[in-house]
Write a protein that binds this ligand. Structure first.
Ligand SMILES: [Fe+2]
Ligand SMILES: [Fe+2]
Length: 311
């Protein structure tokens, strides 16, 4: 698996949706589980700019190759969220994308600022922060594309399959960047390997957790991976991450699935009730000073006419 940053910079573009049969979206049914996953995935794709804001204040961003990647990556992820939203709207689920994004962010509240500051401080204290961040990036991208693959399989929806297959190609490139960069950082660096493994076993959480609650993360994991094939895919995923120097035998995603299963065993309604009750709507927080900073009140912006010769 090779990756060239120069080639990536040249070729990075928004996902090409030419020829997708958007008119056919509503002609094929999606289950409640499919819809739950699509809302989750869209929200996490749309969360990328905020995630990026956490990264740009870290020591990892002293690396110009990383910042070049992030500049392109952020743009590509934007279009993943936009297109999943488009598909949901065409399926007949009404929401305003900007309002939904604003509500997701407002619900994070003050926790977002605390997390940003602790990531920043932690990165400057920890010399091998990049090793941890790059490995987490690799796991996140690989779990995202594995999740999209599982949703294609579960839903059997032809238009969704077409869209997600195109998005998966982008995710593969993102994964290749993170994996190769993590490998480079970890190779021959025993201390970084030790720190990486230690941190992953303690601070790593599945992609989306933090924006989504534990029960929502579990609902996604149970719906997509709680069968023989799903479990196998997560074991394979862990095995791929285990190929990074110092991470042999590490269990992350398969461990998260087992933990979700345990919680469901203790309470059989856990996670599934969210899917059953169609709890994918995002309500604005009842009272939030952060909420006042998000969303645009009033009419959509229109370009002011500019007189000829004006600066
Ligand atoms: Fe994405
Ligand atoms: Fe990605």
């Amino acid at each position: 698996m090779s990756f060239s940053i120069e080639r990536y910079k040249e070729e990075s573009k928004k996902v090409d949706v030419t020829g997708i049969e958007w008119d056919e979206v509503a002609a094929h049914a999606l289950s409640k589980g499919d819809l739950f996953c699509l809302h989750y995935m869209m929200d996490i794709e749309n969360h990328v700019p905020l995630y990026l804001s956490h990264l740009l204040v870290t020591r990892a961003c002293m690396d110009p190759i990383l910042t070049a990647f992030l500049a392109c990556w952020n743009y590509e992820e934007l279009w993943h969220g936009e297109n999943i939203g488009r598909l949901l709207n065409l399926y007949g689920i009404e929401f305003d994308t900007q309002e939904r994004i604003a509500n997701v962010r407002a619900n994070l509240g003050f926790q977002n600022s605390v997390s940003l500051m602790s990531t920043m401080a932690g990165s400057w204290l920890l010399k091998d922060f990049s090793a941890v961040y790059l490995t987490i990036g690799a796991i996140n991208e690989l779990s995202t594309l594995t999740g999209y693959g599982a949703l294609i399989r579960k839903s059997g929806h032809p238009v969704l399959k077409d869209l997600l297959s195109r998005i998966i190609k982008d995710e593969r490139r993102h994964y290749a960047f993170y994996f190769n960069s993590a490998k480079e950082w970890l190779s021959g660096n025993a201390k970084a390997q030790k720190v990486d493994r230690w941190m992953l076993n303690r601070v790593w959480v599945p992609v989306g957790q933090g924006v989504k609650k534990q029960e929502e993360v579990d609902a996604l994991a149970m719906y997509l991976f709680d069968d023989e094939q799903g479990e196998e895919e997560l074991l394979e995923l862990d095995a791929k991450i285990g190929k990074l120097p110092g991470l042999s035998g590490i269990k992350l995603m398969s461990k998260a699935l087992n933990a979700a299963r345990e919680r469901v065993k203790r309470d059989p309604r856990w996670a599934w009730r969210l899917i059953e009750n169609e709890e994918w709507a995002i309500k604005p927080p009842k009272r939030s000073p952060v909420g006042e900073l998000t969303g645009r009140r009033g009419q959509p912006m229109e370009a002011e006419p500019v007189e000829a010769g004006a600066p």
